[in-house]
Design a protein around this ligand. Structure first.
Ligand SMILES: C[S@@+](CC[C@H](N)C(=O)[O-])C[C@H]1O[C@@H](n2cnc3c(N)ncnc32)[C@H](O)[C@@H]1O
Length: 366
């Protein structure tokens, strides 16, 4: 499983976007794909930079064909031994790659990096994207030379097709329903049914838009459990999707917390876009108690990962009065017992909900 890809864009337009327009730190020239994909999505839905970022979009969406009639790019994938990932990535960049992405070649998922982190894996696959007419032999030779090997590592070369991006975009990232009433729609699109409760968010590929099963579980839970007038804590808010969905479903107030300053900013922007900024507070965890100003939350959602959830269990207990509801996700099925045990001293949990090996635990504060 590869839950995170690391990305490096070499086209000048992409570099400019990453550094200037999106404010990604130039000191790190590899970013978790999560940090880039939502921004690319926003650029594409605004039809900005359309032709120049198409190859990256195709790559990110992972759409490939083996026999393209209209090939537009060549993709090369090389498996790197320990310590070789960066060397191969550099060699591909020097050989003219439009973008280079690194991903887990084995089963060592890095599910959620801390802000500023772009960890590599013990066995990394390096993927380079080239113009369709590139002669790949010299590219391979330069990788071999960079690794000081007579023969370069085994490479898998495929073609990517340029046609049909718009329909792919619509199929993969169009309006999507969670539960009965709740819909997440890209900007400019609406739900195809009357009486839908809509959250407008541009889609990314990982957490934060409902494309990840763990976020989907939380949104479905909210659709069934969010009550009119609820006061919600969204712990680990990312894009703010859960807080915003709760407010759209009738909650009165939301406190959205994240350790990542970018997430705090994104949450406030998304809250504004969805007309719920007036009842949203977003900030870092150390400011939450002050922001609550003695108000009691009625519900807490946290879609993080098993380890931080275990560590945070006593804090969640502190934040919630008796009877308040809790839903936590970001838990792999095999981690259910461990996370349940950490919550058990304070929370009465009911049957977990499962989607694609991801679990949501829910219950009430004792
Ligand atoms: C998996 S994302 C979830 C985003 C969004 N809530 C969703 O459901 O799609 C987890 C978020 O939790 C944040 N996070 C990780 N550890 C945290 C912690 N200890 N305290 C607060 N936020 C944390 C990450 O920065 C990230 O934005």
């Amino acid at each position: 499983m590869s839950a995170l890809k690391n990305f490096r864009g070499h086209s000048p337009v992409l570099q400019r976007l990453c550094y200037s327009d999106w404010g990604l730190d130039p000191a790190h020239d590899i970013w978790p794909l999560r940090a880039v994909s939502a921004r690319l999505a926003r650029a594409i839905s605004a039809r900005q930079y359309w032709p120049s970022i198409m190859p990256q979009l195709h790559f990110i969406a992972g759409h490939q064909v083996s026999q393209a009639q209209e090939a537009s790019w060549l993709q090369i994938r090389l498996e790197a031994a320990a310590g070789e990932g960066e060397i191969i990535a550099e060699a591909l960049a020097h050989a003219g790659a439009l973008s280079v992405t690194l991903e887990d070649a084995a089963d060592n998922p890095v599910l959620e990096p801390l802000p500023g982190e772009a960890p590599l894996w013990p066995h990394t696959a390096v993927i380079g994207l080239f113009e369709a007419d590139t002669d790949m032999q010299p590219v391979l030779a330069s990788v071999g030379k960079a690794l000081a090997r007579a023969t370069p590592p085994r490479a898998h070369i495929t073609t990517l097709r340029s046609e049909d991006w718009e329909s792919v975009w619509k199929n993969d990232f169009g309006a999507r329903r969670f539960g009965n009433r709740l819909w997440v729609c890209p900007h400019g699109e609406n739900a195809p049914v009357p009486d839908a409760v809509i959250v407008h968010l541009d889609p990314g590929l990982a957490f934060g838009t409902g494309n990840h099963p763990s976020t989907a579980l939380c949104l479905e839970w909210l659709d069934g459990h969010c009550q009119h007038g609820d006061r919600i804590i969204d712990y680990g808010c990312g894009s703010g999707i859960l807080a915003i969905a709760a407010l759209r479903l009738g909650a009165a107030r939301a406190w959205a917390v994240d350790i990542d300053a970018q997430a705090v900013l994104a949450t406030m922007n998304n809250a504004r876009d969805n007309d719920v900024a007036g009842c949203t507070w977003a900030g870092t965890p150390q400011h939450l108690t002050t922001a609550l100003a003695g108000e009691n939350a009625t519900c807490l959602l946290a879609n993080i990962l098993a380890r931080p959830l275990i560590d945070l269990a006593p804090r969640f207990a502190e934040l919630l009065p008796t009877g308040a509801r809790i839903a936590v996700a970001g838990i792999l099925q095999e981690q259910i017992d461990e996370v349940s045990a950490a919550l058990a001293p304070w929370f009465e949990l009911t049957e977990p909900r499962i989607q694609e090996n991801w679990a949501l635990l829910h219950g009430q504060r004792r």
